[in-house]
Design a protein around this ligand. Structure first.
Ligand SMILES: [Fe+2]
Ligand SMILES: [Fe+2]
Length: 172
C-alpha cells in the first residue's frame, strides 16, 4: 500500500491533534474532580481514553503500512474553566475542530484516489458525528434543567450513564 508524503504528514498532524484532545480532556476531568463534579470527571476521563484510542488507530495505520508514526510533544491545555457548562462548550468546540480536520484528511485521500486511507477514515467520520451529538445533548441539559446549583448537580449526576442513553455509540 502506497501512502503519499502529503497524506503521511497530514495523518501525523492528526496523531498530534488526537493527543492534544486526550490531554485536554484529562485536564478538564481533573478540574471537574477537584471542583466536585464527579459525574463529569469520569465522563471526561473516559473521553480522554477514547481520544487515546483514536491516536493509536492512526499510529497503527501508518506503522502497519510501513511508514513512521510520529509521537508528538503536547502543549499544555487549559487548567480551569468558568463553569461546568463552559467545560462542555470547550469540548463541543474542540470536537467540531476535529471534525473539520478529519474532513480535510478525507479530502486529501479523495484527491489522491487513496481508497485505502479513504476507507480507513470513514470510521472517524461516523465517530465525529457521534461525538458532536453527545456534547450537544449534554449542553442541551443546561437549557432544559437550568443553571442553578441543583440543576448543575443534576446534569453532573446524569453523566455517568450518558453514553448508553445517547445510544448507537460505535465500539473502538
Ligand atoms: Fe478523536
Ligand atoms: Fe473526540
Amino acid at each position: 500500500m502506497q501512502i503519499s508524503q502529503e497524506m503521511i504528514k497530514a495523518i501525523n498532524e492528526q496523531i498530534s491533534h488526537e493527543a492534544s484532545s486526550a490531554n485536554a480532556y484529562i485536564a478538564i476531568g481533573s478540574w471537574c474532580e477537584r471542583t466536585g463534579y464527579d459525574g463529569s470527571a469520569s465522563f471526561f476521563l473516559e473521553q480522554a481514553a477514547e481520544e487515546k484510542e483514536h491516536m493509536l488507530k492512526f499510529i497503527h495505520y501508518l506503522n502497519n503500512a510501513g511508514y513512521e508514526a510520529i509521537i508528538p510533544a503536547i502543549e499544555k491545555p487549559p487548567g480551569s474553566f468558568e463553569s461546568l457548562e463552559a467545560s462542555f462548550r470547550f469540548g463541543l468546540d474542540s470536537e467540531r475542530k476535529v471534525t473539520k480536520e478529519i474532513y480535510e484528511l478525507v479530502d486529501i485521500a479523495a484527491k489522491e484516489k487513496d481508497y485505502s486511507t479513504y476507507t480507513f477514515l470513514q470510521w472517524f467520520v461516523t465517530e465525529q458525528t457521534e461525538e458532536e451529538t453527545l456534547f450537544q445533548t449534554i449542553l442541551q441539559k443546561f437549557e432544559l434543567l437550568g443553571r442553578d446549583k441543583l440543576a448543575i448537580y443534576q446534569v453532573d449526576q446524569s453523566l455517568s450513564s450518558i453514553r448508553s442513553k445517547v445510544g448507537g455509540m460505535q465500539q473502538n
